[in-house]
Design a protein around this ligand. Structure first.
Ligand code: GAR
Length: 186
């Protein structure tokens, strides 16, 4: 399975995928890792691992549709079987979804359809839920919407902060992501 991974941040979930690939427990080929801005940890980690990287910097494009086109061209050039949004904090255009039908995956730190968006952990904590978790799903052109592939529940503790809860969710999220990718390659 050829995979292109998109990141906007530190890429700690991506690191777990890289580790599973190098340990031989996950048989995917990471064709490239791309970001929407320069200086992400995700791109740095990938470059360290000898993986091709690219940046389609949102701020370099005059219009949203110029950026959409550039992102699609950059990803499509690698002819991926699947594209994974691993902390990629931008909604892709409908044309992107059409180019990779059922093959654009996203991981989210909440039990969707609850708490979509950029602050899934903060919003769940603020609401006062006692159980939250993580979701891996096939993404459509909405905000964290599309068919759910797998979820893991994570209990919220009374003394949790956004950071402590997100860290515990990420432990579950990494395991879930690697399991789902493994199932897709089977
Ligand atoms: C992950 O928890 C991912 O689910 C979340 O960003 C984090 C990225 O962490 N994505 C979203 O919130 C998407 N709505 P990482 O860069 O350390 O892997």
């Amino acid at each position: 399975m050829r995979l292109v991974v998109l990141v906007s941040g530190s890429g700690s979930n991506l690191q777990a995928v890289l580790d599973a690939v190098s340990a031989g427990t996950l048989e995917v080929q990471i064709a490239a890792v791309g970001a929407d801005r320069p200086g992400t940890g995700g791109v740095a980690r990938s470059a360290d691992a000898g993986i091709e990287t690219f940046v389609v910097n949102f701020k370099d494009y005059a219009t949203r549709s110029d950026w959409d086109e550039a992102l699609l061209a950059a990803v499509a050039a690698y002819q991926p079987d699947y594209v994974l949004s691993s902390g990629f904090m931008r909604i892709v255009a409908a044309g992107f979804i059409e180019a990779f039908p059922g093959r654009y995956l996203n991981t989210h730190p909440a039990l969707l359809p609850s708490f979509p968006g950029a602050h899934g952990v903060r919003d769940a904590l603020a609401y006062g839920v006692k159980v939250t978790g993580c979701t891996v799903h096939i993404a459509d052109a909405g905000v964290d919407t599309g068919p759910i592939l797998a979820q893991t529940a994570v209990a919220v503790r009374g003394d949790d902060t956004e950071e402590s809860l997100h860290e515990r969710i990420k432990v579950a999220e990494r395991e879930l992501l690697i399991r789902v990718l493994g199932e897709l390659t089977a």
